[in-house]
Write a protein that binds this ligand. Structure first.
Ligand SMILES: NC(=O)c1ccc[n+]([C@@H]2O[C@H](COP(=O)([O-])OP(=O)(O)OC[C@H]3O[C@@H](n4cnc5c(N)ncnc54)[C@H](O)[C@@H]3O)[C@@H](O)[C@H]2O)c1
Length: 348
């Protein structure tokens, strides 16, 4: 069978990662790359990839079974709509769009045309996350009570040379926390209330550098997230899960997530399951079982899922409707902090 033919829009950091992932498979091929910049063209030349100045030219060239949209957030809506209009399924990088209204527009267009849109919340494809979801949703922790998430790390100074990263919207809430919000929704359940305090005291930029977030879930569980991009710690999924090759391995195992319930608790990424063998009591010894950890690139699994959606009609693991809920909850963090008030989330 001919390789699954994927067009990539945007030859930046994540677009190149997708191209590398595709190149390493035996089932997919890059149909071409669209990027208006000289750097994008040079990259394609160097890699022997077909270059196009924009996604329209890439689509017009034909032979594209799916698009990966790896461009700046504000372009996700127009490029996504064009893909749908041409009947081409798209994997759009996170966030699905810039506003909830835009996300809903994409979801409605995808639904009307019957053309799937997937959103690049890649952590969902990590086998560790899949095991955590099965354990929690299968009742392995009993009734979920709390989750504690540490998402603290230090962004190097050069990161802030790009102006948009110093402005509201370019900070760790929309760039990083959105991954945790999606992970919590996926593993633990829907978010119905959001409280948050953000701070810009350390870097003194117009964008936040630190946040304390409290999420209420529909099932009654309470989740706290500590977020900072100016803290020297290894306590984050990115730095502890080994998911991305550009972060170094840590010298000792690190835990970033603590999920607790009435029958047991689970840590991530290590997948330690803590339970009582006999009577449940804080005076009784508690046992630890290490659940098997499978390491596999979530980006590769995401690509293979995209192929299954396009070729076999599989249901997207995360579509535009679902990703818009993640965006809504993430934007509510900013709103809660700004208003100093709890935000309630309703889903129609
Ligand atoms: N899932 C993940 O792990 C992950 C990681 C990083 C970034 N992202 C998301 O991916 C997207 C891109 O982020 P990045 O870090 O790669 O950004 P980047 O700035 O490194 O790259 C963006 C690229 O898009 C190109 N571009 C801009 N407008 C374009 C257009 N209209 N058509 C074609 N190309 C265009 C730019 O020239 C640039 O090469 C963002 O939405 C970001 O949130 C996801």
């Amino acid at each position: 069978m001919a390789p699954f033919s994927v067009g990539i829009v945007g030859a930046g950091a994540i677009g190149r990662l997708h191209a590398d992932v595709i190149a390493a498979t035996d089932f997919a091929a890059v149909a071409g790359v669209a990027d208006p910049t000289e750097a994008g063209r040079a990259y394609c030349e160097e890699r022997g990839l077909r270059w196009f100045p924009d996604h329209q030219a890439l689509i017009a060239a034909g032979g594209v079974e799916a698009l990966i949209v790896a461009t700046p957030n504000q372009t996700h809506l127009p490029i996504g709509l064009d893909a749908i209009a041409h009947g081409i399924p798209a994997l759009i990088e996170k966030p699905v769009a810039v506003t909830v209204a835009e996300g809903e527009e994409l979801a409605a267009a995808s639904d009307r045309a019957g053309v799937p849109v997937l959103v690049g919340h890649h952590r969902r494809y990590n086998p560790i996350i899949a095991t955590a979801r099965e354990t929690v949703q299968g009742g392995g922790l009993g009734r979920l009570t709390t989750a504690t998430v540490l998402y603290t790390f230090y962004k190097h100074d050069a990161y802030f040379e790009l102006a948009w990263r110093r402005e509201p919207g370019g900070g760790p809430v929309l760039i990083n926390l959105i991954h945790e919000i999606d992970l919590i929704r996926f593993i633990c359940g829907e978010i119905v209330g959001v409280q948050a305090v953000t701070s810009d005291r350390v870097r003194g930029l117009p964008v936040e550098d630190t946040a304390a977030v409290l999420l209420e879930l529909a099932n009654g569980a309470l989740v706290t997230v500590s977020l900072s991009d100016t803290a020297v710690t290894p306590w984050s999924w990115d730095l502890s899960s080994g998911e991305l090759p550009n972060y170094p391995a840590q010298p000792a195992p690190v835990t970033s997530h603590f999920l607790s319930g009435t029958e047991g608790s689970l840590t991530l990424p290590g997948l330690d399951l803590w339970r009582y063998d006999g009577e449940k009591s804080w005076f009784a010894p508690i046992s630890r079982q290490a659940l098997p950890v499978t390491r596999e690139s979530p980006y590769l699994r995401q690509l293979s899922h995209l192929r299954d959606v396009v070729r076999d009609g599989a249901r997207p693991l995360i579509d535009a409707v679902d990703a818009t809920r993640t965006l809504r909850a993430t934007l509510a963090v900013h709103e809660a902090a700004r208003q100093r008030q709890r935000q309630e989330l309703h889903y129609g």
